[in-house]
Design a protein around this ligand. Structure first.
Ligand code: KG4
Ligand code: ZN
Length: 320
């Protein structure tokens, strides 16, 4: 079964064709990120206007890459929520129109759950690990808009364990990058800069929120702001040290909660998804700690960590 996926929840306009829920036949992504960079964050009005401009060509390109025509597509899947309302509407209207015009079944998919499904896609020759990541699993989705922990009992049964109470993990990276004058998006820049600041750590506070799987990152972000304001003119001030220390603080809480959920629920599989899953410190720390604790941890390939439509088409297969 070939499913055409469409994803327009934020600044990426994405379309993909996935065969039988696992084989990525095409994966096309165009982003309006450059248009938002001068503002230091996503401007919803600009994002939705770009979605309208790009959607038709992106869908056509994904069919071309897959070497299929619409007549060889069995169903259309589209991100329903969460996301920016204007951006979401473009994908939803396009998918609904296509489904009506061609008589195709339509599946509306939750964006956050789809991020975890990225672990099950066969994208390249090297990434054919499907099936090893058995369910049930614990799933951690960390992106620019969300930090959510799930108990994934099946692809149609996700129990939400915890969410962020304020900033999402990626949002905290983006805001700290802005404090440090590093530009937008902040995650990749902080990740790179932190590598050269690893010899000494400033203790920025963490918010463990005991007895809950919820997260909170705004206190850590504010501590970075105060530290920077106080120290930026001192000779030993180092943005790399600040980036490293902030990253350690966030990654530590994410790893603690995800591993704790695995133990409490007696689930030996941990799935990570979302843009922050690309973070090298998160990958390193989780891989090391999970190995010691007898837990198998899985990250999607880098190209499927960020927003894409293959994860949407893949998850939709299980609804059909
Ligand atoms: O999943 P995504 O593409 O969009 C949302 O659904 O939000 O995630 C984008 C987020 C941004 O906040 C970006 O700064 C963050 O992912 N990000 C990273 C890294 N690469 C992207 N955060 C930390 N380390 C990275 N290497
Ligand atoms: Zn996302």
């Amino acid at each position: 079964m070939n499913i055409l996926g469409i994803e327009t929840s934020c600044d990426e306009t994405a379309a993909a064709v996935v065969g039988d829920g696992v084989r990525v036949l095409s994966n096309t992504v165009v982003s309006s990120l450059k248009d938002h960079e001068p503002f230091g964050g996503i401007i919803p009005e600009i994002a939705s206007r770009r979605q309208i401009e790009y959607i038709h060509d992106v869908v056509a390109e994904s069919l071309r890459q897959a070497a299929l025509t619409l007549d060889q597509i069995d169903a259309v899947a589209v991100t329903k929520a969460p996301g920016l309302i204007g951006s979401l509407l473009v994908g939803l209207c396009f998918a609904r129109g296509l489904s009506r015009a061609k008589g195709l079944r339509l599946v509306e998919v939750d964006h956050i759950k789809a991020h975890l499904y990225a672990n099950y896609l066969q994208w390249t020759q090297e990434h054919t690990a499907c099936g090893q990541q058995r369910l049930p699993a614990v799933g951690l989705v960390v992106s620019g808009g969300h930090s959510s922990l799930f108990h994934v009992r099946s692809f149609r049964d996700f129990k939400l364990l915890g969410v962020t109470r304020d900033d999402a993990a990626g949002e905290a990276f983006d805001k700290v990058a802005r404090i440090l004058g590093l530009g937008y998006p902040g995650g990749p820049v902080i990740d790179r800069l932190a590598a050269s600041g690893a010899n000494e750590q400033i203790k920025f506070p963490q918010a463990p929120i005991k007895g809950s799987y919820d997260f909170s990152f705004s206190g850590t972000k504010t501590a970075v702001l105060y530290y920077t304001q106080k120290n930026k003119n001192k000779p030993d001030y180092s943005p790399a040290k600040v980036a490293y220390s902030f990253q350690e603080s966030v990654v530590g809480v994410l790893a603690d909660k995800a591993l704790k959920a695995c133990h409490k629920l007696k689930v030996p599989t941990l799935l990570i998804g979302g843009g922050v899953a690309a973070n090298s410190a998160l990958r390193r720390q989780l891989q090391q700690r999970a190995a010691l604790e007898g837990i198998d941890v899985f990250f999607p390939p880098m190209s499927l960590c960020l927003d894409n439509a293959a994860m949407v088409a893949g998850l939709a297969y299980h609804s059909l």
